[in-house]
Design a protein around this ligand. Structure first.
Ligand code: MTE
Length: 314
């Protein structure tokens, strides 16, 4: 994410060749059909392969945009513990062992608890949330996640009045995560949110996508999804949730504080020091589209940042 200079980032790395070629073919076929008689174009989703997850309801927070095909969602990933190339996580993440798995919830709470992930899964009704994910590198996807609001677990553990932030720590297992031997980041991968952000109904604890359990490369068995922030805030394969009085120091902030701030709200007007954030390439599309403030979730979340200078708190 931070290692290369803008000139090093080739368009072919942002949208894999097969993705945009497939899209081009689809567009050709679609316009041929339209010319032939205005027939509605069917939705085409690649079939998933994981065990199913029972979803109790769809969420009113879902976008109506077309989800990115399953294949792209699960083969074009950022999970640096398994490699820095987008194709690496899908190749290496089978080494991740997702059971048994516990998540310790601790710090400034009245009821600290170590949850088994299967117990966590049953804590609240699972919803499908179709969210846009905007990566800081300039690409985006639309993903049908499965999970429930983070607020559900926050309520269970009863934070004290000193709890101002939430820190998420992810698995650090050198025997199973081949790239943690390299000093790409200060492992384990740590992310954080302010309490009101974590309590916002859009922020979810996520267990699946496309109706199935999360593939390892997408952060199995449990991850965070925060749709109005750049993708790196959505920590994968979490093992600890800690409530703190002081703002956590995140892995990306430690690696390059001038490039990755704590807030990292999607903002087309605040450039990354090495590239513009004004536009993005939706995976599967050829032309870039404008990036929206808070990734299009401004109506829901802008109120969290009233009076804050978003250039200073980037
Ligand atoms: N979580 C961990 N543990 N390690 C990572 O390298 N990458 C982040 C985030 N969570 C990352 C992580 C980044 S940069 C992005 S864009 C998203 O995961 C990508 O999620 P996806 O691969 O499911 O689309």
């Amino acid at each position: 994410m931070l290692i290369r200079k803008p000139g090093d980032l080739r368009p072919s790395e942002i949208t894999p060749r097969n993705v945009y070629l497939r899209r081009r073919d689809f567009m050709k076929a679609a316009s041929a059909l339209a010319v032939a008689g205005g027939i509605a174009i069917p939705e085409v989703h690649a079939q998933g392969r994981g065990p199913k997850l029972a979803v109790a309801r769809n969420s009113p927070f879902s976008t109506i945009e077309e989800p990115t095909p399953y294949k792209d969602v699960t083969t074009y990933n950022n999970f640096y513990e398994f490699g820095t190339d987008k194709a690496d996580p899908a190749k290496h993440a089978h080494r991740l062992k997702t059971r048994p798995w516990t998540v310790a919830v601790e710090g400034e709470v009245k009821r600290p608890k170590v949850y088994d992930v299967d117990e966590l899964l049953k804590l609240a009704a699972l919803e499908e949330r179709i969210y846009r994910l905007r990566c800081v590198e300039g690409w985006s996807m639309v993903i049908p996640w499965i999970g429930f609001p983070l607020a559900e677990i926050i309520r269970q553990v009863e934070p004290t009045s000193r709890a101002k932030f939430v820190e998420f720590t992810t698995l650090y297992d050198r025997s199973r995560m081949p790239f943690t031997f390299m000093p790409v980041l200060d492992w384990p991968y740590v992310e954080g949110l302010r309490m009101d952000e974590a309590l916002h109904p859009l922020a979810i604890l996520c267990f699946g996508l496309y109706g199935e359990v999360l593939p390892n490369q997408n952060g199995a068995p449990v991850r965070i999804v925060v749709p109005w922030k750049y993708g790196f805030k959505s920590a994968k394969s979490i093992v600890k949730i800690r409530f703190t009085e002081r703002q956590p120091r995140t892995s990306w902030e430690k690696a390059a504080p001038q490039e990755y701030g704590f807030y990292s709200n999607v903002n087309p007007e605040v450039d990354h020091p090495r590239w513009s954030q004004a536009r993005e390439r939706r995976i599967g599309e050829f032309l870039k589209r404008p990036t929206l403030l808070f990734n299009g979730y401004a109506d829901q979340v802008a109120g969290l940042y009233g009076g804050m200078d978003l250039r200073r708190y980037f």
